[in-house]
Design a protein around this ligand. Sequence first.
Ligand SMILES: Cc1cc2nc3c(=O)[nH]c(=O)nc-3n(C[C@H](O)[C@H](O)[C@H](O)COP(=O)(O)O)c2cc1C
Length: 144
Amino acid sequence: MKKATIIYWSGTGNTEMMANAIAEGVKAIGNDAKVVRVEDADKDMVINSELLAFGCPSMGAEVLEEEFMEPFIESLSDVDFSGKKVALFGSYDWGDGEWMRNWVERMKEYGADLVDEEGLIIRLTPDDDGIDDCKALGEQLAKA
Ligand SMILES: Cc1cc2nc3c(=O)[nH]c(=O)nc-3n(C[C@H](O)[C@H](O)[C@H](O)COP(=O)(O)O)c2cc1C
């Protein structure tokens, strides 16, 4: 059985809903998933996991949340991502997804093999279709 580690930051719960739905998708095909708030995460969780999903809404002006998520992601710049599969996700509101495009490029520079080259972005609270998209991403990650 494969195990996915899903690390996220969420201020008002939208990205958290996405994280939990991604975990459901991973579990739907018989794998295991651990959902961890970035405040409780550490780098070893990333080093020791082959399947990873990182979630963060668009904050500031089109940046990652700056107190916890930004320093955590920065700390991963020297992680060896070979052999790992990575998914990115997050909620946004008024922007056009710029934060996610930048995040995707950054993770590629880190050597991450992204299962979804665009990252999954959902405007505000995910509706039923959005939840299904999250579950599908979880399945895609687990099958990768
Ligand atoms: C301080 C702050 C800054 C934000 N900046 C952006 C932004 O630059 N672009 C955007 O599309 N949404 C922005 N948003 C909207 C959030 O991304 C949106 O409300 C999202 O659903 C929050 O996700 P969460 O419930 O997981 O915290 C911002 C929200 C806050 C509170």
